[in-house]
Design a protein around this ligand. Structure first.
Ligand code: SAH
Ligand code: SF4
Length: 352
């Protein structure tokens, strides 16, 4: 009886690691370079399409190696072109990613996940209501981008860590994944955004790495008492300390940061909150991104304010923040429930 040997996963390896694997098989270094180019330049994940490899090596390569470990479970396309993917990890856990197109397709942004579930448990967020299940490995984070490129036959230009999970609670894998994005997939640091609920020690650590990525802070309320409820991690790390860490991040990296603010009707959308928010961030080098709450497919009690309220809120913030840029997030993929954590939760529901 033939023994089943486990295949080595080549995905995520750099060129020298890949060469070492290929040399072990008795093939030349040159074959490693060819495979490397197929994986990262052409987003390939099977040896059969690597047409410049000798046919005689094919079955050996297929027997010993695999390229990646995620599999596509579902793909949905919104009327505005936004695409949403549900991938399964090898252990059966599900992870979701979203692809959005901006400026008539000039910018293709992938929104990727860093964890299964999330321990921060923001009450308005469907990922939060899942609780924490597990951290993704760097390769599993990177592979979401690789597979989307493979499926769509298009290159992604921008990455946002705004899918499931708190990226800074999975620090090492997320930083390693950003390295892979830059060095393997070829997406520059300036085109990568990490969004965090405010894990202060990790913001400080990231500042020291001096990677030129954009850091976005999910503030959502300018007052500790209310933020304690909306973003429960605030009970541990308060707004004042958070602002100091963000300023330190700007100083250390020379990068402007983003302040994200989900607008929840009757909770944090008053002019008084807008004024406090404006004042709070007025001496931080930042822009402010307002996100009207996406309540499609949400079981929570939270509601989205009407457009008039959103506009007035943004004007008040602008006035009190010494004229900072305030943007209102362009809504994408509403009809396919593309907000954070929503695909996975609706898929789970459809199974029951
Ligand atoms: N955990 C990180 C990153 C993932 S969430 C963070 O919280 O920053 C990305 C952004 O989407 C966060 O600002 C989050 O608060 C917001 N968000 C979550 N659910 C949402 C919803 N239903 N509508 C609008 N924004 C939402
Ligand atoms: Fe976690 Fe972010 Fe959702 Fe809060 S908003 S529960 S930090 S994923």
């Amino acid at each position: 009886m033939a023994l089943m040997t486990e295949q080595t996963d080549l995905f995520g390896m750099n060129l020298s690691e890949l060469e070492a694997e290929i040399l072990k098989l008795g093939l030349s270094k040159f074959r490693a370079k060819q495979i490397f180019n197929w994986i990262y330049l052409k987003s390939s994940n099977n040896f059969e399409e690597m047409t410049d490899l000798p046919q005689k090596n094919l079955s050996l390569l297929q027997e010993k190696f695999k390229i990646g470990s995620l599999s596509l479970i579902e793909r949905q396309v919104s009327s505005d072109g936004t695409r949403k993917y549900l991938f399964a990890l090898e252990d059966g856990n599900l992870v979701e990613s979203v692809l959005m197109s901006f400026e008539d397709g000039k910018r293709l942004t992938a929104c990727i996940s860093s964890q299964i579930g999330c321990a921060v448990k923001c009450p308005f967020c469907s990922t939060g209501t899942l609780g924490f299940k597990k951290n993704l490995r760097a390769e599993e984070i990177l592979e979401q981008v690789h597979l989307i490129q493979n499926i769509e036959k298009e290159r992604i230009s921008n990455i946002v860590f705004m899918g499931q999970g708190e990226p800074l609670n999975n620090y090492d894998s997320v930083v390693k994944a950003t390295q892979g994005l830059r060095e393997l997939i070829g997406i520059g640091a300036r085109h990568i955004t990490i969004s965090t609920s405010g894990v202060i020690p990790k913001i400080d650590k990231l500042a020291k790495e001096k990677i030129q990525l954009t850091l976005a802070l999910s503030l959502h309320d300018p007052d500790d008492e209310d933020r304690d409820v909306l973003v429960p991690i605030n009970k541990k790390w308060k707004i004042n300390e958070l602002m100091s860490s963000m300023k330190n991040y700007v100083k250390s990296t020379n990068r402007r940061v983003t302040i994200e603010y989900v607008l929840l009707k009757g909770m944090n959308d008053s002019n008084k909150k807008a004024e406090s928010l404006g004042k709070l961030v007025s001496d931080l080098h930042c822009n402010i991104n307002l996100i009207p709450y996406n309540q499609s497919c949400s079981d929570t009690v939270f509601l989205r304010p009407d457009d008039k309220r959103v506009l007035e809120f943004s004007e008040v913030v602008k006035r009190f923040s010494k004229g900072k840029t305030v943007t209102i997030r362009q809504e994408k993929g509403h009809d396919i429930k593309a907000a954070c954590g929503q695909l996975e939760s609706s898929y789970r529901k459809s199974l029951h």
